[in-house]
Design a binder for this molecule. Sequence first.
Ligand code: NAD
Ligand code: MG
Length: 399
Amino acid sequence: MGAERVTILGSTGSIGVSTLDVLARDPERFEVHALTAQSNVEKLAEQCLIHRPAVAVMVDPEAGAALRDLLRRAGVPTEVQVGVDALIEVVSGPEVDVVMAAIVGAAGLLPTLAAAEAGKRLLLANKEALVMSGALLIDAVARSGAKLLPVDSEHNAIFQCLPEGYTCGDAMRSCGAEGIWLTASGGPFRERALERFGEITPEEACAHPNWDMGRKISVDSATMMNKGLEVIEARWLFALEPNSIRVVLHPQSVVHSMVAYADGSVLAQLGNPDMRTPIAHTLAWPRRMDSGVSPLDLFAVGRLDFTPPSFERFPCLALAYHALETGGTATTILNAANEVAVEAFLERRIRFPAIAQGIAATLDAVTSSPADSLEGILAADAEARDYAGQWVHRYGSRP
Ligand code: NAD
Ligand code: MG
């Protein structure tokens, strides 16, 4: 058997970098086919120098030209392509076996869907793609015979606690599993006085106590929209009813989630909070490989705490459950409004509590419709972005 050829969508991001770190631990088994990024020339050039992919894709054409130049001068034979179409190509061709979907946000939807349609082994970090497209992505996987493996640490933990032979997209209940506990650290503001939420800065919101991540998901963790998106992600990955998905605050981030079975058993997966563990699990599955993560020292951890989350403190979590109950494109609308609001917060155009307010206003204003076609989903995404953009603008120009 030859090496497995891997494409990483979003290789310059936090998950992309960790994936390359893990891949390099077994060069006999894995070969890097393509690396892709939005516009970070320096980082992608450095990755090409070390990992020698056949193809590098830069979505931004100017950055692509700069990368081509740099690589030529360095004598690196990697072929540079540009644009979104090139992303689709490097996930669907016959020269690719494995796709790590690690673009952040809605921008990842089309290439992720393309990898599913092409029947690849799809390692899914880009939760927004699944939140937007739900059944569509799951159906594409089932139709093509793609293998979907969850990278998000919670969903990866749940997958590890399900019996061998379980396939993502199938009803978890068919294996006697009744529900899940999704653990959440509670982010940096778990204990901050509520009346001081208006003063929160982007720097504080991006300083996560346990995980080192990209800026967007860091803000999502601070509002707990990340957990809300993960509730929706779990609904689709494990075919669960919303009321069998429970969120529990667990500040140590050592238990990465749990599955509750009909006989009263609760299975958990534990480990140090380091994304290289779930990444290595999905890469090596059904085998195991070294990930570089240090072994868990339970004596150093000492204790594990579990408390219920407050919807008053974290209104985004309630909004996500609400969108899931509404169904159709409501979760697409939720995701789009969140992306717009988080960007506005990072650019200091709105305050932290306004993120949830803008999403709530968008969910009220934009009507959900059936999420049964890509066109319908993209239209809902565009309409919600438009509305949320206007909302942010009005909010930002208040006296
Ligand atoms: P990041 O911001 O660090 O990296 C994002 C990557 O996506 C970069 O390589 C960037 O070039 C690329 N990208 C951004 N916009 C793009 C566009 N318009 N077109 C093409 N490429 C684009 O993000 P991250 O923290 O690595 O997260 C990536 C995904 O994984 C997110 O969906 C996130 O929710 C999920 N995830 C991340 C973590 C984590 O620990 N970082 C954990 C679980 C899930
Ligand atoms: Mg997670």
